[in-house]
Design a protein around this ligand. Structure first.
Ligand SMILES: [Ca+2]
Ligand SMILES: [Ca+2]
Length: 481
């Protein structure tokens, strides 16, 4: 066949056949490129977990006195999810669900002392997926909940720098006579930030980002431990004492809470014992506690900034996917509660940022509700790894178009049978005893007014109930010793 004969034969083929032939050729060419190693290199991943950082930060609330310039700097490079929620408002169930892609209602891991690996011996974590795909997986700090019970997973990393023991002051700092827990103490400590867990974690990550780019792509997990208790930060991270605005709270807020909520809260009232005076300047005061939490957030943000500086100075900068999340929120007195362990907005609403070069735009905000079950499938899809069965769905459609149709709400679980469902407007909570709460965030962002007893909202409650898990795994009770 001569060249002109070939061209005329090509013209005679139907459009459909021509498209098929062209597509097959493209697939063949792409395959050949992969075979010869000329395919585009896979992206690196910087995976940042922050512990107990809530939404009262300037990233999510510009009015907040707690400034987080480095979180904001990261958000300008990709997508900030303004309605992102944890899977469970406690370290271990939140982290193990995110890292395995399975919710507590699937795994039975509902509590901080549930041995997730015993419950899921063969389940691949996100990091194992990346190791299997040929990544070099490294990390430092708090990724799994391993502060006291040893839930770290060695198989998930090629190399990992464990958290050093907390550097404790010689004596309790808050000086409140009625408050004895040193693990939840607060104040100015240590004198030198270089002796903190997070400074060392950031150092490890900086070294990893400075390491030469080799054949293997890098998955780097950076687990920042603050603002988790004890609420210690070096002096330079504290604002002037007495100047900070305090969170909004109503002391009669509990009057409309159902039995389920009251029961869940029974164990957490102790935290208030340390607050001798609500608005004083005593070291044991509520105000000093809030100032210490704020200082811990400033400190965590500064450590993130050091890691981002290293990324920016590295040739990896434009080929690195960054995912940043907090494992849950934290109440600072709102709803008369200090701690997490609740299904209200403050314990569950979190900072969540995804930077995916070529996928996310710059400085984009997405207001669709998501929970962190999206992280596992999203990372696999973004990096071209095979999809895996999991409870969440990929958020890549939102990363491409933050306003795309997204019917799925965020689902949160705390203890077997207790769940919250968050849509763009509503928070619906149902406890194991069947009691309920409903809040309209359009008019009640502080969740002061429980509407669940109002017949007018039966339809709203019913539509939210339909997202609750139909089956719930039995609780894993085994403790790792
Ligand atoms: Ca936590
Ligand atoms: Ca109320």
């Amino acid at each position: 066949m001569t060249g002109s004969q070939f061209i005329s034969s090509w013209d005679f083929l139907s459009k459909y056949v021509r498209q098929r032939v062209a597509r097959t050729a493209l697939v063949f060419l792409a395959g050949a490129l992969v075979m010869t190693g000329e395919a585009k290199p896979r992206p690196d991943v910087l995976f940042v977990a922050i512990d107990d950082m809530n939404d009262w930060i300037s990233l999510l609330d510009p009015e907040s006195p707690i400034k987080t310039p480095n979180l904001e700097r990261l958000a300008t490079r990709g997508m900030l999810f303004t309605r992102a929620y944890c899977i469970s408002p406690a370290c271990n169930p939140s982290r193990s669900a995110l890292l395995t892609g399975l919710r507590p209602s699937t795994s039975g891991v509902y509590a901080n002392n549930s041995d997730w690996r015993k419950a899921l011996p063969d389940r691949r974590t996100i990091m194992q997926q990346f190791r299997t795909a040929g990544y070099s997986v490294r990390g430092a700090g708090k990724i799994f909940h391993h502060k006291s019970k040893g839930f770290h997973d060695e198989d998930s990393f090629d190399d990992f720098q464990m958290m050093a023991p907390q550097n404790m002051p010689p004596k309790k700092l808050n000086l409140s006579p009625g408050y004895g827990s040193r693990n939840t103490d607060w104040g100015v400590w240590p004198p030198d930030e270089r002796s903190t867990i997070d400074f060392r974690t950031a150092d490890y990550c900086i070294r990893a980002l400075q390491s030469p780019v080799k054949d293997k792509p890098l998955f780097l997990a950076c687990g920042i431990f603050k603002p988790h208790s004890p609420f210690f930060a070096p002096r330079e991270y504290f604002m002037d004492a007495g100047k900070m605005r305090l969170p909004q709270r109503r002391t009669d807020d509990w009057n409309d809470l159902p039995r389920g909520a009251q029961k869940l809260m029974e164990k957490t009232k102790w935290f208030w014992n340390g607050m001798e005076r609500l608005d004083g300047r005593l070291p044991g005061s509520y105000r000093r506690f809030i100032e210490a939490y704020a200082a811990c957030c400033n400190f965590a943000d500064a450590q993130l900034g050091r890691v981002l500086d290293a990324l920016d100075a590295s040739p990896r900068r434009d080929r690195t996917i960054v995912v940043l999340w907090s494992d849950h929120g934290f109440h600072l007195g709102e709803k008369d509660h200090i701690e997490k362990f609740a299904l209200w907005e403050k314990s569950n609403h979190i900072p969540f940022i995804v930077v995916a070069p070529g996928v996310t735009g710059k400085g984009v905000r997405c207001s669709r509700p998501v929970d962190l079950s999206v992280v596992y499938p999203t990372l696999l899809e973004l990096c071209g790894l095979p999809a895996a069965e999991c409870d969440g769905v990929s958020a890549v459609p939102l990363l491409r178009n933050p306003r795309c149709v997204w019917k799925r709400p965020a689902l949160m679980t705390y203890g077997r049978g207790n769940h919250a469902v968050r849509t763009e407007r509503w928070r619906y909570i149902r406890y194991a005893d069947g009691s309920e709460e409903l809040y309209d965030h359009d008019v009640d962002p502080h969740e002061w007014s429980n509407l669940a007893g109002n017949d007018e909202f039966e339809g709203i409650k019913e539509s939210h109930r339909s997202w609750l898990p139909s089956e719930e795994a039995k609780e894993v009770v085994s403790l790792k010793r």
